[in-house]
Structure formats: structure tokens, C-alpha cells
Design a protein around this ligand. Structure first.
Ligand SMILES: Cc1cc2nc3c(=O)[nH]c(=O)nc-3n(C[C@H](O)[C@H](O)[C@H](O)COP(=O)(O)OP(=O)(O)OC[C@H]3O[C@@H](n4cnc5c(N)ncnc54)[C@H](O)[C@@H]3O)c2cc1C
Length: 609
């Protein structure tokens, strides 16, 4: 049985053959897995209805005009206009109208301002779903608007009274004419992953500060409010001496604020959002909190970019303010990866349903089927991990402390996994288009260019792997993950169709426990050497367990074994690969269950075995 009260699975079965491409479709309607996840993570009817009202509205907006314009913006990126006609330096960024129109549409739709205007608690899975949809069109536009949401939250909590209300109101405004945007400046030429090497100085100026220094990567550079890392004069070297400041680009009276754009970066992708090198020359700034933290914080010993744990002793100013922002944006970047992954799948599925070779659609060929199925399996695995991360702090599976701890370790796992997978997904989908895929007038070239950015910004893959290590050493966050995996195993226990996957997840949990015990006593060099391997082991474990959990839930609610097939395929790919790469097993899943898998149709348990 598929259906039942509140059930949205199976309402729409996308038929890829009737579409020409992804642009112009309702991206919510063609994504039953997104609705499934909202059902799963929003058990309260009022939350689910709220989600439906807001997320569904984005399907047509994002799949239509936002996606259409993104293709144009990419070919007409922002330009720096340094001087006006009088020869005065203005450092203005000129955008193509398509970018401005899309931003205005998203501001009006409440993309940034929803939590401030909804009049109720907005579940994180709702804002995550909006971001996931927008990122299918253009991760660059989400970069700017996502940082705006982050800056608004820093302003709301830490700005001085004199500016808080006005800045927050503007940053969360639903009126494009008065809405402001935000950005964050950490990176300097010498201080990338190692932000402790930063040299931008903060000089006290009464109750305020003046900032002096160069920032090397400043995205959304024409935003109005920046959250900036700088070192108060007299503060110690390294991360210990850093503090977080709120810096307007233009002052409330309209004058520029000691802010000079040196040049726009010539980027490979994410072209819509301007990324610049900036000089701060006496920019007026407010400390986010007070300076005591800049002297109290202790430096990480292994050169991690600002990956401080939220549960380390609270510092009143310092790096922790910026860390709140960085953790939020790392989660957002996982959503960028998922957005590109989903778009890649959708474009590839549509193309494969149209393109004919040797007299038949290429999606009739086994290798093509397998590529599409595995694109989808990995996507659903990444979604399971990232949506768990979104709902973790709501205490759905335990108390709030446990949820926070779970989120602590799931954020870097999700960022590493989703951004790395997106590059492979975009590349596979591009190849599905044959030679056309390599051309800039087809949709995949931009997605591949954009995808490559996301493993780097907000902390490279290596740095996020070191953050996983820190989450374990400083917070014991892995205990929350292990508890969650055990809960998933319990939920799936006894479900015949899941038995093989339960065994694979349990065996991987055992391996992870052994790895943790081994690393606890290993030399530091070896701990660091294994950090990436270990992160991927935990990501595999988490994704396998969470897919299992979803599969058990779908069986219980709908009697549908489709998710069980997805979980089983994931387990065979990642957790317990069969002998001789599966050749001896003659597993026909990708051929025989292709339609219900890629079109999200129901699968009988008997067919899933
Ligand atoms: C398009 C784009 C936009 C950006 N926008 C912004 C922005 O708006 N604001 C901002 O502050 N920054 C921004 N960045 C900067 C970005 O966050 C940094 O590039 C990133 O953190 C890496 O720093 P880095 O470039 O100095 O590389 P490095 O730190 O020099 O790293 C080089 C390599 O060394 C590795 N590495 C470094 N240290 C270690 C270690 N201890 N162990 C193992 N490996 C290590 C890294 O993983 C990487 O592969 C942007 C970057 C890009 C590409």
C-alpha cells in the first residue's frame, strides 16, 4: 500500500520522457524524495503543513525563472566599475539584470527573512529544503543569500544597540528595495586554512573599532554588512587573539566605510556572485560581543581553519562568534552539493529518456540505467545525512544536548560527503549528454564548474576532516552518532527485506568502533594521516544507517520497499562490496527496478529481495 493520511509518496511519478530539460519544471513536484523527507522529519502536522505551504511555492519559482536566469547570469558575470564619470573612485559592482531579478524574487519569497516573518518557529528542514531547491538552479545566488541569513543572526545576537534593530530589519526585509545582504571575511593571503596567521588589525576608537588590513577572498562583496575576523591591537598571536567584528560597507549616512575593492577574482565557476580582494583602511566596526574572548581562546594545535567546537568554554567575543557562522555555512554548503547532485540527476534522467542510439532510448541500456540509479542512490544517501543534520538539534531522536552533539559531527560529515559527491555526479551527468554535455550551451558544464568550488570554500575537505577529529576529541560527538546508528539498527531489526543491510551497517559500526579505539592511542601523525579515511568511514556509516532508518519507516508507513532497495544498493556499494565487484552475484536491481527507483514508484517487498 502506498498512500494514507499525510502521505505524499507516490502522488507524482515523474516521467522524464515528456520533458525537454529540467528548466521550466516544478522542482518540488518532480522530487518525491524531498516530500518523503519532509514527512519523515516533520511528524507534527502543523509543521508539515507549514513546510508544504512554503517549500512547494519554490518548486515553480526556482525551476522556472530562477533557473532560466541563472544560465544567462553565468555568461554575464558581475563587473567591477572602479570610477564614476567624474573620476571618483566608487568601487561599484555591476550585475546583469537576471541576477538582480532573481535575488529580488527570492527576497520577496522570504528566502532570507522567513524565520523573522513567519510568526512561528521555522524548522531547519524547511529552510534547508528552500536552499536545496535554490541550489539546483544556482549555488552562487545561495552563497550571497545564505551569508545574509548568517550575518543577520550574528547582528541579532551580538550587534550593539545603536545599530542592531536597523541592520537586522534590513537584512531580513522582504522588500528588495530596502533589503540588505551580508558577507563574511576571514581569509587573507597568508591565512587561509590557518586563519591564526591573519594580520588584519582592529584599533579601538572609543566604543567602536577601526579595521586595517587586506582580505583575499570576499564573496558577495557588494553586500551591506560583513562579519570580519581581525586582531585587536595587543591581542596574542594565532587564533587566540582573533575577534569577530560587524562591519558595514557603507555607513548609515551613505558615506563609504574605509572599504576598497582591489579586484574581482577570475573564477572557474559560481560566477554570479562577485568574489573580490578587499582592503580595509580604517573601516568602522563593532565587536560582536566583547574583546575578552580574543585573549582567552586557545589555539587548535593542528592548523585547523576556525574549527572550534561550540561546546568549548564560552568566550565572550573572539573566534566563537565567527564559528557559529562558519558551522552554519558549512551546513549550507552541503546543501549546495546536494542541489548540484539533484540537478545533475534530473538533467541526466531527462536527457537519457530522449536521446536515442541504435534505435532506442539510451536509458534502456544497462550501463546507463546503472549510472542513473547510482546517481540517485548516492543523492538519497546524502539527503538522509544532511536532513538528519538539519533536524538533529530539534531533539527528534533524543534530548536536545544529544541532538546538538549529533549535529556537531554531522555538519562536517555532510559537507565533506555532499560536496565531493556533487563533483562526481556533475561529471557523470555531463557524460550522459555525450559531446553535448561538454558544451556551454547545455546545462551540465556550469554545474561541473560550480561544483568544484564547494569542496574548498568554508574549509577544504582536509580541514573538515580535521574538524571531525576535533568533534570527537573535544566533544565526544561520535558517541551521539553511534547512538543514532544503534537506534536505526533497532528500528530496522526484524524487517526481512532489510536484513542484509542491517548486517552491513552493523559490521561497519563495528569497524568504526575499532578505528576509534585504534586512533585514540595512535601517534598524532597517524591520526592526521587517517583523518580523511576515517571521515569517509563515518560518513558511510551514517548514510547507511540513516537510509536504513528511512527504509524501515517507509515499510512501516506504506509497506513500500523502494527505500529498502536504495539502502541495500548503498550498502553493497559502500559498506559491504560483493566479491568480484558483484559480477558473480548477477544483481539485476539497476535493470529490473530502474523505473520505480528513478521515478519513485512503489516496490513490493517480494521484488526487493
Ligand atoms: C570562490 C571562492 C570564494 C570564497 N569566498 C570567501 C569569502 O567570502 N570569505 C572568506 O573568508 N573566504 C572565502 N574563500 C576562501 C576559502 O574559504 C579558502 O580558499 C579556503 O578556506 C582554503 O584556504 P586557502 O585558499 O588559503 O588554502 P590553503 O589553506 O593554503 O590550503 C591549500 C591546501 O592545503 C591543505 N591544507 C592546509 N592545511 C592543512 C592541514 N593542516 N592538514 C591537511 N591539509 C591542509 C588544504 O586542504 C588545501 O588543499 C573563498 C574561496 C573561493 C574558492
Amino acid at each position: 500500500m502506498v498512500g494514507g493520511e499525510g502521505c505524499t509518496l507516490g502522488v507524482v511519478l515523474p516521467d522524464y520522457a515528456v520533458h525537454d530539460g529540467a528548466i521550466g519544471l516544478d522542482w518540488y513536484a518532480v522530487d518525491p524524495n524531498l516530500r518523503f523527507l519532509l514527512d519523515r522529519h516533520l511528524p507534527e502536522a502543523a509543521d508539515r503543513t507549514f513546510a508544504e505551504d512554503h517549500v512547494a511555492r519554490y518548486g515553480e519559482l526556482v525551476g522556472g525563472p530562477i533557473a532560466e536566469r541563472a544560465e544567462i547570469t553565468d555568461k554575464h558575470g558581475p563587473v567591477l566599475s572602479r570610477y564614476d564619470q567624474w573620476g571618483r573612485e566608487v568601487d561599484e559592482i555591476v550585475h546583469h539584470p537576471t541576477y538582480l531579478e532573481s535575488k529580488a524574487d527570492l527576497v520577496k519569497a522570504g528566502f532570507v527573512g522567513l524565520p523573522a516573518h513567519a510568526g512561528r518557529d521555522v524548522p531547519a528542514v524547511v529552510t534547508a529544503s528552500l536552499a536545496y531547491l535554490v541550489c539546483q538552479a544556482e549555488t552562487a545566488i545561495y552563497c550571497g543569500l545564505g551569508m545574509t541569513a548568517g550575518a543577520a543572526s550574528v547582528v541579532e545576537r551580538h550587534a550593539p544597540d545603536a545599530v542592531r534593530e536597523e541592520f537586522f530589519r534590513r537584512l531580513t526585509s522582504l522588500d528588495p528595495d530596502e533589503a540588505w545582504e551580508g558577507g563574511m571575511f576571514l581569509t587573507e593571503r597568508q591565512g587561509g586554512s590557518d586563519v591564526g596567521a591573519n594580520t588584519t588589525r582592529a584599533v579601538p576608537d572609543g566604543a567602536e573599532w577601526r579595521l586595517y588590513g587586506d582580505k583575499h577572498f570576499c564573496s558577495n562583496v557588494d553586500a551591506e554588512v560583513f562579519i570580519v575576523l581581525a586582531r585587536p591591537e595587543g591581542a596574542p598571536e594565532g587564533t587566540r587573539g582573533l575577534a569577530t567584528f560587524i562591519v558595514p560597507r557603507v555607513l548609515l549616512d551613505g558615506s563609504t566605510n574605509g572599504f576598497r575593492i582591489k579586484r574581482l577574482k577570475p573564477k572557474l565557476g559560481t560566477k554570479a556572485v562577485p568574489t573580490a580582494e578587499v582592503t580595509l583602511d580604517g573601516a568602522r566596526a563593532w565587536l560582536a560581543g566583547d574583546t575578552s574572548g580574543a585573549r582567552e581562546a586557545s589555539a587548535p594545535e593542528d592548523g585547523d581553519r576556525v574549527s572550534r567546537s561550540p561546546s568549548e568554554p564560552t568566550h565572550k567575543g573572539g573566534l566563537n562568534r565567527m564559528m557559529e557562522l562558519v558551522n552554519g555555512s558549512r551546513f549550507g554548503i552541503a546543501l549546495m552539493g546536494l542541489g548540484i547532485h539533484r540537478r545533475s540527476f534530473l538533467e541526466a534522467a531527462i536527457y537519457a529518456a530522449h536521446r536515442e542510439q541504435w534505435g532506442q532510448r539510451i536509458d534502456r541500456y544497462p550501463l546507463v540505467r546503472e549510472t542513473l540509479v547510482d546517481l540517485l542512490v548516492e543523492l538519497e544517501a546524502g539527503m538522509a545525512l544532511t536532513y538528519e543534520c538539519a533536524s538533529a538539534s530539534r531533539g527528534m531522536f533524543g534530548d536536545d544536548d544529544e541532538g546538538r552533539l549529533l549535529r556537531r559531527i554531522l555538519v562536517p560529515l555532510a559537507k565533506v560527503r555532499a560536496t565531493r559527491e556533487a563533483i562526481g555526479a556533475a561529471s557523470q551527468a555531463l557524460e550522459m549528454f555525450g559531446g553535448n554535455g561538454y558544451m556551454e550551451d547545455w546545462p551540465m558544464a556550469r554545474q561541473l564548474r560550480d561544483a568544484q568550488c564547494h569542496t574548498i570554500w568554508e574549509g577544504t575537505e582536509n580541514i573538515c576532516c580535521l574538524d571531525v577529529r576535533r568533534a570527537m576529541r573535544n566533544d565526544n560527538a561520535h558517541t551521539a552518532l553511534i547512538a543514532r546508528v544503534e537506534a536505526a539498527l533497532d528500528a530496522a531489526n526484524g524487517e526481512k527485506v532489510l536484513a542484509e543491510t542491517v548486517d552491513a551497517v552493523a559490521a561497519t559500526l563495528d569497524e568504526a568502533r575499532q578505528a576509534i579505539a585504534h586512533l585514540e592511542t595512535a601517534d598524532t601523525d597517524l591520526q592526521l594521516l587517517h583523518a580523511r579515511r576515517f571521515t569517509h568511514l563515518l560518513a558511510d556509516l551514517a548514510e547507511g544507517a540513516l537510509l536504513l532508518d528511512e527504509a524501515a519507516w517507509a515499510m512501516g508507513r506504506d509497506g513500500d520497499a523502494r527505500k529498502a532497495v536504495v539502502a541495500g544498493r548503498f550498502a553493497r556499494r559502500r559498506l559491504a562490496p560483493p566479491r568480484a565487484r558483484g559480477i558473480l552475484d548477477d544483481d539485476r536491481t539497476a535493470i529490473d527496478l530502474f523505473d520505480p527507483l528513478v521515478r519513485y514508484g512503489p516496490i513490493e517487498p517480494a521484488d526487493a529481495a
